[in-house]
Ligand binder design. Structure first.
Ligand SMILES: Nc1ncnc2c1ncn2[C@@H]1O[C@H](COP(=O)(O)OP(=O)(O)O)[C@@H](O)[C@H]1O
Ligand SMILES: [Mg+2]
Length: 443
């Protein structure tokens, strides 16, 4: 019997997909555990990182931890929130509260021996459905922020009733939520001011805010009326270490060996290719298992990754943004990608203007950098510098220019041949070096 037929590819490349083996992030998890155990919450959590760095998956792990420690988890994704008014934002939070509390209370009503107390139907603290919360909100006096505070400050008895320690409010893709001073709408301010005020107020349910999003979430936060650095512990998610990347990649693979077989050199090569970037671990893991399955369970080190794998990666990760750029912007991207100090993740307009091959003034560089921000290739960092939104953008840019140069070279060769007439040319033998270049992700 061919056992390979029954193998399901375990890797999960894709936004928010739970990986088969969650690696690393121990420091982040233990810090969160401490936050959950403090008696009075004064510190909240802000998780930032580029796309694919594992924010959503980490938030999922935090949720498991929080629920295990007896907290109620109320959360959502703010990706559709760019133009929310305060009123709409307040109602969204109430919808999430209603969903979260109903889930907890119903669950514990069903499993009476659980951590939370079961509730009786005749109890006046029945889980409040959304309509009841909305009525309470609408009848409360004041601005949307006063009304929201009023409703949330009354959740204490329900949280006590559920014998929960408190509520975690968790919002992912938080960079989408903005204040709009021009419209006099401050939904982001409202969210953090409401949580801060509940945290100052003894006697109401303990709560903790977890925000996660792209690095520019800072812009949205620092523009709020009362943001203080002290309010958040900031976690900037970076790549995994090599040993963590190895564990994330190897643990699911070793379960499949045999019947699959991957030579240790091939495994080392793939771990290097991922560079510790969580999305790439899942991407290359999935591609490798697919290729092993198609190839009778074994692969030569040189057979992976094929050009089609690299093309798929490139088109998934980078191409859409790249295709929206002009030639001039591409020239500047090339300058950035080949700047002398690529070990530093960020750069300024001045850095670009002072590169040897650059003929831009600082002001011109600023203009192009702003246009690249609008196209989503780079973003302004907290310190007014710039950085790429997609990890390894430098490598992808240089790969494109190298490909373009290769195409141009072969076009020139073809032209030369055509002009020279139909002379038999010896077929170039591909050197080991040029072969390696085609797969080497890290230049
Ligand atoms: N700690 C980890 N170990 C292994 N794989 C991970 C880890 N964190 C994230 N991943 C994988 O990386 C990919 C991107 O994760 P995701 O949480 O969606 O990133 P983000 O929210 O930062 O864009 C997913 O395919 C996920 O399975
Ligand atoms: Mg995410």
């Amino acid at each position: 019997m061919d056992r390979r037929k029954y193998i399901e590819n375990p890797y999960r490349p894709g936004a928010g997909h739970k990986p088969p083996h969650f690696a690393g992030r121990n420091r982040e998890l233990s810090h969160f555990k401490q936050l959950l155990r403090q008696n009075f919450t004064t510190e909240n959590l802000l998780i930032t990182g580029l796309r694919g760095m594992g924010k959503t998956v980490l938030v999922g792990q935090l949720r498991t931890l929080a629920e295990r420690e007896g907290w109620v988890w109320i959360g959502n994704d703010l990706s559709e929130s760019a133009s929310l008014s305060e009123d709409r934002m307040a109602l969204r939070i109430l919808t999430d509260v209603s969903d979260g509390l109903t889930r907890v209370l119903t669950h514990h009503n069903e499993s009476r021996d659980g951590r939370y107390a079961s509730h009786r139907n005749d109890d006046k603290d029945v889980p409040l459905p959304f309509e009841a919360l909305r009525n309470m909100y609408e009848q409360a006096p004041g601005l949307p922020s006063d009304k929201l505070r009023h409703v949330l400050s009354r959740l204490g008895s329900m949280v006590n009733h559920a014998k929960a320690r408190g509520i975690v409010f968790a919002y992912d893709e938080a960079q989408c939520l903005h204040d709009h001073a021009e419209r006099n709408e401050y939904p982001m301010s409202m969210l953090i001011e409401t949580i801060a005020s509940l945290q100052k107020n003894e006697g109401v349910a303990q709560c903790l805010l977890v925000l996660s999003g792209l690095p520019q979430v800072f812009d949205a936060l620092t523009e709020t009326r009362t943001y203080t650095e002290r309010m958040f512990h900031v976690i900037n998610l970076d790549r995994l270490s090599r040993s963590e990347a190895y564990a994330a990649f190897m643990t699911p693979l070793s379960d499949l060996m045999p019947p699959l077989f991957a030579h240790p050199d091939l495994i080392e090569k793939v771990v290097d290719l991922t560079g510790g970037y969580p999305y790439l671990i899942q991407f290359f893991g999935k591609e490798l298992v697919d290729h092993l399955l198609q190839n009778g369970g074994v692969l030569d080190v040189d057979q992976f990754p094929s050009d089609s794998v690299i093309d798929r990666l490139d088109s998934g990760l980078f191409a859409a943004r790249w295709n929206r750029t002009t030639d001039k912007q591409r020239d500047v991207l090339k300058l950035i990608a080949s700047r002398p100090n690529t070990s530093s993740p960020d750069f300024s307009a001045q850095d670009i203007a002072s590169i040897k091959d650059s003929d831009l003034t600082s002001a011109q560089a600023t203009q192009v950098l702003q246009a690249l921000c609008e196209r989503g290739l780079i973003y302004r960092t907290r310190h007014g510098r710039y950085a790429f939104t997609v990890p390894m953008s430098e490598t992808m840019i240089l790969r494109r220019f190298r490909n373009q140069a290769e195409v141009e070279e072969s076009r020139q060769n073809a032209l030369g041949l055509a002009l020279a007439g139909p002379i038999e040319q010896p077929k170039a033998i591909e050197s080991a070096e040029s072969k390696r270049k085609r797969w080497s992700w890290f230049r």
